[in-house]
Design a protein around this ligand. Structure first.
Ligand code: F6P
Length: 554
């Protein structure tokens, strides 16, 4: 039976029971001692793939743990699930759809069937369409209503129609093409609209309305505001097509909105929003870095896809990251996972991963609707190093929670400045080392005595200086962030999330939980504006409505 129709219960697998016992066995496991006892530990627990080097030696694992985690993956029929994902099986069972983001990065000549139709020709047709648009804009041939070339592109989109493109275009800033600046407008908050458009002129601005559904409130309101903004500056209605293009799988809604049919780039139901940066949703990336680099990004992701499909689980980067996450979440009680890139250009990586991971695996039922019997996705959070060290790392080091972390760091900087990069890299390593080694009470005492403090002072301060250590982390090292490596890095996390969904049995590709808030938002809007006089269902919400209305009356 396909995993997405009748998922197995991981907790009922022999490996799960064995992992429980293993967790008990490892109560006294100590990373410092593990390194001291095994000079090969770093070599044993590290691997290279797609220009990424993963060191996972600073994890609370030994050979038996890894063996059992791999057994769990086998008992959950992970190989079969991976095959089905790539083959276009309807792995998104609640919506009866495949999840074929991997088709978007396949080279010409490969075939992927959806309902008996090969989708690859469409994929490559859209890439050709994107190439033409990017060239026209870069060469100054796409003209605004005053015949001036486009200088600014504003992507209007939210969620997956924003976070992935924003991340990648920022990450690849050193590859930015001259001539056109890319901006992102996501939130319905008018302040964002004003800020983004403040220094732009409509005559040289192109808006990309990026919405798979073309039904997202924030995006449609911003697109309407952009339309008014362009018209107010003197553009005739007949010339609006020079300033708006759309990317959507809902062509009709885009046409009804007023986007010229020839300016609509297709998307497909078989690509999820948070997995869509590889499609025409990635247009702002292609405009920022050029189509050649965009294709490199695709090929980097494709290399990771091939690795994911073919490597043994013991040597499979996404599988290993996923299993380690399961180990900490389900056996060590970890509730969150920190993403800590030491690269200014990757400063928003955790935002993309928040959507990718939390919208995918923030679920409480399995694919067949039965309740899960174990924990599912963790809270993903984090931010750029070194900044985090002076903010929230304190809790990582001495707080009461176990929070596994992924450090991501390039070896080389695009912007060398004196010895800054050496310090950045040293800081990254110092954090994972401190998390792992900590500081014992005896070490704290010795340190204080060395400083010449009285014994009273030593005893007073020592408990505050103890750092438990034994806190796990992965470190992903890149030579430097390039389009190919960025493609591999994002695909790595996509596959990690998928593997975890297979272990937990949930659907990684739907997001029903976000719908209720959208529906309630519509009802509340009517009450705020006074169109709907019926009271809200609860006194708190009604009180907050009254507060708003009192300020906006007359
Ligand atoms: O509300 C959640 C969501 O549906 C995400 O899954 C999606 O990425 C985002 O909204 C934007 O959706 P769309 O591209 O259809 O506007």
């Amino acid at each position: 039976m396909e995993h997405y129709l009748k998922p197995l219960d991981a907790t009922q697998q022999p490996a799960w029971q064995a992992l429980r016992a293993q967790r008990e066995q490892m109560q006294q496991f100590n990373l410092r001692q593990a390194f001291a006892a095994d000079p090969q530990r770093f070599r044993r627990y590290s691997l290279s793939q797609g220009g990424l080097f993963l060191d996972y030696s600073k994890n609370l694992i030994d050979e038996r743990t890894l063996g059992l985690l791999v057994e769990l993956a086998e008992q959950m029929k992970l190989s079969q699930a991976i095959e089905q994902l790539f083959a276009g099986a309807p792995v998104n069972a609640s919506e009866r759809r495949p999840a074929l983001h991997t088709a978007l990065r396949r080279p010409v000549g490969e075939q992927v069937l959806v309902d008996g139709v090969d989708v690859m020709p469409q994929v490559h047709r859209v890439l050709a369409q994107m190439t033409e648009l990017v060239q026209r804009i870069h060469n100054g041939l796409w003209r605004g209503y005053t015949e001036k070339p486009i200088t600014d592109v504003v992507n209007i989109g939210i969620g997956g129609s924003f976070l992935g493109p924003q991340l990648v275009s920022e990450a690849l800033l050193p590859f930015a093409q001259r001539g056109v600046r890319c901006h992102y407008l996501a939130n319905i908050d008018g302040s964002e609209f004003h800020e983004v458009t403040a220094n732009m002129r409509a005559e040289t601005t192109l808006f990309i309305v990026s919405s798979k559904s073309f039904a997202t409130l924030e995006t449609l309101k911003n697109a309407q505001a952009a339309r008014r903004w362009v018209l107010d500056q003197g553009c005739a209605v007949a010339d609006l097509h020079r300033h708006f293009i759309a990317v959507s799988s809902n062509r009709q809604a885009a046409v009804e909105f007023g986007i010229a049919a020839e300016n609509i780039f297709p998307m497909w139901d078989w690509v999820g929003g948070r997995y869509s940066l590889w499609s025409a949703i990635g247009l702002p990336i292609a405009l920022a870095i050029g189509m050649g680099n965009f294709k490199e990004l695709l090929s980097g992701a494709y290399a990771m896809d091939q690795h994911f499909q073919s490597a043994s689980f013991e040597q499979n980067m996404p599988v290993l990251l996923a299993l380690l996450g399961v180990w900490y979440g389900d056996f060590w009680g970890a509730h969150s996972h920190a993403i800590l890139p030491y690269d200014h250009h990757l400063r928003n990586f955790n935002q993309h991963l928040q959507q990718l991971d939390m919208e995918s695996n923030g679920k409480s039922v399995r694919q067949d609707g039965s309740p899960v019997s174990c924990g599912t996705g963790p809270v993903i959070w984090g931010g750029v190093g070194c900044n985090g060290q002076h903010a929230y790392h304190q809790l990582l080091h001495q707080g009461t929670q176990l929070i596994p972390a992924d450090f991501i760091v390039p070896v080389t900087s695009y912007n060398p400045l004196a010895d800054h990069h050496q310090w950045l890299y040293a800081n990254c390593l110092s954090q994972s080392q401190a998390l792992m080694c900590g500081k014992t009470h005896a070490e704290a005492e010795a340190e204080l005595r060395d400083q010449g403090l009285s014994e009273d002072e030593v005893q007073r301060l020592a408990p505050h200086k103890v750092i438990p250590g034994n806190r796990p982390s992965n470190t992903i090292v890149l030579e430097r962030v390039s389009p190919r490596r960025m493609g591999a890095l994002v695909a790595l996390y996509e596959h990690k999330v998928f593997v975890q969904s297979v272990i937990w049995g949930n659907n990684a590709f739907d997001q029903w939980g976000v719908e209720l808030g959208k529906e309630l938002g519509k009802n509340l809007y009517g009450r705020l504006t006074g169109e709907d006089a019926t009271p809200a269902a609860d006194a708190s919400t009604q009180g907050l409505i009254d507060f708003f209305r009192a300020r906006h009356r007359g």
